[in-house]
Design a protein around this ligand. Structure first.
Ligand code: SAH
Length: 491
């Protein structure tokens, strides 16, 4: 029985440590705060007990003594307890106090550091907290208390004289008093200052000014918590280093409608381009169990999706077989990602159409002598290749390896999708399923992976803003999205 005091990082889910994700996935109980990354708990076990102990709305924080009791109680009864906090648990997170309580109660615990906001928020704003030329030290402080009160725990005069960057947590409310005290203490009022709100979250905002101006700027721009205030020459480096805002999809929100297992890849690519990604996993694939087909019997096996590849290999593997089952048969694929999935299994596809469409594969096979073909893929999949081959007298067996099942969207997700700038459709079924989940196609601009998907989008009564032209895969989809973002538009 162990309690893990875990840092969840500053907000960007990609900045969660591997250790934190592993522990969340195995925890019996997760006791968490409000400021944790979006989706941080999505990897938790279905039967895990999730206990929220943060501030509800503008309400009161649960008293620390109650949280301590919860930790001890769960720590004594559950195998794995995760106490999940924003940023790092030992940086203004009361992790130290909780560790003391656990130690006192004789409960085993472990501390899992996280990326702290005081470093990460400036980093995302293009501000290094130290710099060889302008800051050889950095001090982290809490701006929680009113600095003008005599009982303030911080020595503001000493801090004003501190020869390095001052990084202030929880300081927005007291910003006026803090800057005043620092200037009174002798810190130059024209020293660069920065305020970063919701650093690493979608909608991160940064304000740069001086010690003398930052408070009034913050009021004018309505900056609020959570924010990091930074005082020191490094704040001026943002002008040269800001990298986030220069990305092609910065400020653009994109809803991704792939199945959960695949959404991560497209989401990751879009995030890397600066987009805010809303995952709307409306479909999920389920493998259909069954015996592995005898591939020896066929001249050609056609696979049209990575799921099909996975399904076929799962069946082979269940029978103790492997890629050698393909030894005497040729393979045709539809789609670059299918080709890649197959290559991953050590098999190079023989027939790969340039465009992602069954029609193209059928055309490619026109002059290939074939007697018997296996088309393996989705239950109720498109039958383009099957029909074309049968039309010329080829014997075709169709094998359903998996089916897609609809996964309903909750109202919060749906609202987020409706508010997005873009929705991407990587398949016709994802469009149909998003419609079934209540999306009405109004608001976001819609981007499709190819003609077949676009057709369905239009059947639903929606407009396709952009369609992948060259490649009907993730690259093509992203290119189509970028094209549309760049396209001049009347507003
Ligand atoms: N343990 C956390 C800090 C908790 S105190 C950590 O290591 O990051 C809460 C304060 O952290 C907020 O008031 C704010 O000053 C800062 N903070 C947390 N997340 C932030 C974010 N994403 N952007 C800016 N400041 C953040």
């Amino acid at each position: 029985m162990t309690v893990y005091l875990v840092g969840a990082g500053p907000g960007d889910p990609e900045l969660m440590t591997k250790r934190s994700l592993d522990l969340i996935a195995s925890a019996d109980v997760i006791i968490h705060d409000r400021l944790i990354p979006d989706g941080a708990l999505s990897g938790a076990r279905g039967d895990a007990e999730l206990v929220f102990v943060g501030k509800q709305g503008g309400g009161e924080q649960i008293p620390q003594s109650e949280i301590d009791q919860l930790l001890v109680r769960h720590g004594q009864s559950a195998e794995t307890v995760v106490r999940l906090k924003g940023g790092d648990p030992f940086v203004f997170g009361r992790g130290g106090e909780e560790a003391e309580v656990l130690a006192g109660a004789g409960i085993a615990f472990e501390v899992v550091p996280g990326v702290t906001a005081g470093i990460a928020a400036p980093a995302y704003a293009g501000i290094p907290v130290t710099h060889r030329d302008s800051a050889s030290s950095v001090a982290f402080l809490t701006g929680h208390e009113d600095p003008t009160k005599p009982e303030s725990a911080l020595d503001w005069e000493a801090l004003a004289a501190f020869p390095g960057t001052l990084c202030v947590y929880m300081g927005v409310r007291q910003l006026e008093g803090i800057t005043q005290r620092l200037i009174e203490g002798g810190r130059p009022s024209d020293q660069p200052a920065a305020l970063i709100q919701r650093g690493t979250w979608p909608g991160q905002r940064t304000l740069v000014g001086t010690l003398g101006t930052i408070h009034s700027l913050a009021v004018a721009e309505r900056f609020g918590a959570p924010a990091i205030a930074l005082f020191g020459p490094v704040a001026a480096l943002r002008e040269r280093i800001a990298w986030l805002e220069s990305r092609p999809l910065y400020g653009v929100s994109v809803a991704v409608t792939r199945a959960r297992a695949q959404a991560g890849k497209l989401g990751g690519r879009l995030r890397a381009l600066g987009a805010t990604v809303i995952e709307a996993p409306v479909i999920r694939t389920e493998q259909i169990p069954g015996p592995a087909p005898d591939l020896e019997r066929y001249d050609l096996v056609v696979l049209s999706s990575p799921n099909g590849v996975a399904g076929l290999f799962a069946r082979l593997s269940a029978e103790g077989r492997d890629a050698r089952a393909f030894a005497n048969t040729k393979v045709g694929v539809v789609g670059g990602i299918t080709e890649q999935a197959l290559a991953h299994q050590g098999i190079r596809a023989d027939y790969v159409p340039r465009r992602w469409a069954g029609e193209e594969l059928a055309t490619l096979l026109v002059d290939v002598p074939l007697e018997r073909v296996l088309v393996a893929g989705a239950k109720h999949g498109r039958e383009t290749v099957t029909d074309a081959l049968r039309a010329r007298g080829v014997e075709v067996d169709v094998l359903a390896l998996y089916e897609t099942v609809v996964e309903p969207l909750d109202s919060e997700r749906l609202a987020a999708v409706n508010a997005a700038d873009y929705v991407t459709f990587a398949s016709a079924s994802s469009a149909r399923n998003l419609a079934a989940a209540g999306f009405e196609g109004v608001g976001p601009r819609l981007v499709s992976i190819g003609p077949a998907t676009s057709e369905v989008v239009r059947e639903l009564g929606w407009d396709v803003a952009s369609e992948a032209t060259e490649q009907h895969d993730l690259d093509g989809l992203i290119a189509a999205l970028l094209d549309d973002v760049k396209r001049p538009r009347q507003s």
